[in-house]
Design a protein around this ligand. Structure first.
Ligand code: P6P
Length: 336
């Protein structure tokens, strides 16, 4: 049977030529990122057989123990992208500073940020993990690249996506024309379009939050979750289910596929930290994907994509998913 599904390459060419959404430089960059994700997928799927499990015995800039696969994924993305001529620089959760494309390679006009392997605490227990990426244009007007060039709000992104390494390896992408999903065909070694114009239901009965933190939450979050737990006898008049995979990519993928609300809010364990998740390469790309699918993403008080970054690795409180639920939680913050 001839497979009539279209490839990632054809989808991107059509976004470039037919819809005029993206220039060829960006199309080529996204194809390189996809190839890097394919290589990471093969490394992840080796597991114990590939000497890729466990810790690398080092810490990253976040003070988190690095897994071997964190480093493999980071290096794969850098090696794949540094020579192509599409990028001026990269930034990664695993690296303190920005990585400027070496002079021996042509400089491009894009900035690529990524969390090379999100959810890496799940690597050793065979639970889905993923790569998250975000693309910005380098600001005009000055030669070279400065750290501050990366400090653009999420509403300036020109592309965003993730690749989830689960039972299937699926690349999920937006270039501002809705959300498309591509499943890796391991026989052909290529990503094939399996869903496009993804829509998140505006209502849901499923929330995702780490309940072990309940005693640390702010009142609006506690109010929302208490109401969900009260079920059909409570103010919501319906029962809710809970999911927490502790892999943002997996929780967001579920929400893109069937709706739900994901919350990693500020809590009083470390009151000076606005939240646990990072703005530039987790909340912004996921926030744009969710909005492009008809959902919403706030930090409890404002749209995540409107936040003006002040630091490369800054953290943010994240409430995203089904529009009506996110608006409810954000409304509770406004009332507080
Ligand atoms: P906790 C993974 O470490 C991560 O950054 C996200 O992918 C995930 O949603 C969250 O942290 C899980 O955090 O505190 O539940 O382990």
């Amino acid at each position: 049977m001839v497979d009539h599904r279209i490839s990632l390459t054809r989808y991107l060419v059509e976004q470039q030529r037919v819809h005029g959404h993206i220039p060829s430089e960006l199309r080529l960059l996204l194809e390189v990122v996809a190839r890097a994700c394919k290589r990471i997928s093969f490394a992840v799927n080796k597991g114990e057989l590939g000497d890729v499990m466990g810790s690398a015995g080092t810490e990253n800039v976040q003070g988190e123990v690095q897994k071997k696969l964190d480093i493999i994924a980071n290096e794969t993305l850098i090696e794949a992208n540094e020579w192509g001529g599409h990028l001026a620089a990269m930034a990664s959760e695993e690296m303190e500073g920005i990585y400027v494309v070496p002079n021996r390679y042509p400089q491009g006009e894009y900035l690529l940020m990524f969390d090379p392997l999100d959810g890496s605490s799940n690597i050793d227990v065979n639970v889905s993990i993923g790569t998250i990426f975000s693309v910005l244009k380098k600001p005009e007007g000055h030669p070279g690249v400065h750290d501050n060039d990366f400090l653009q709000p999420g509403n300036c992104q020109v592309a965003a996506g993730y690749c989830i390494y689960g039972p299937q390896t699926t690349l999920v992408l937006t270039v501002g024309d809705g959300v498309a999903m591509f499943t890796l065909d391991r026989e052909q070694g290529s990503f094939v379009l399996t869903r496009e114009n993804v829509r998140i239901p505006e209502d849901t009965k499923e929330f995702a939050i780490n309940m072990s933190n309940v005693r640390h939450w702010d009142a609006p979050v506690k109010r929302y979750i208490d109401e969900c737990l009260a079920g059909e006898d409570g103010p919501r008049g319906k029962n809710f289910n809970m999911r927490w995979i502790a892999s943002m990519v997996a929780d967001v993928h579920r929400i893109l596929c069937r709706g739900g609300i994901f919350m990693y809010p500020w809590d009083k364990r470390e009151p000076r930290k606005p939240g646990k998740l990072r703005l530039m390469y987790e909340a912004n790309p996921m926030g744009w994907l969710v909005e492009q699918a008809g959902g919403a993403a706030t930090n409890g008080r404002q749209r995540i994509l409107d936040i003006q970054p002040t630091q490369l690795h800054e953290r943010v409180s994240v409430i995203l998913g089904s529009k009506n639920e996110v608006e409810r939680v954000t409304g509770y913050h406004a009332e507080a």
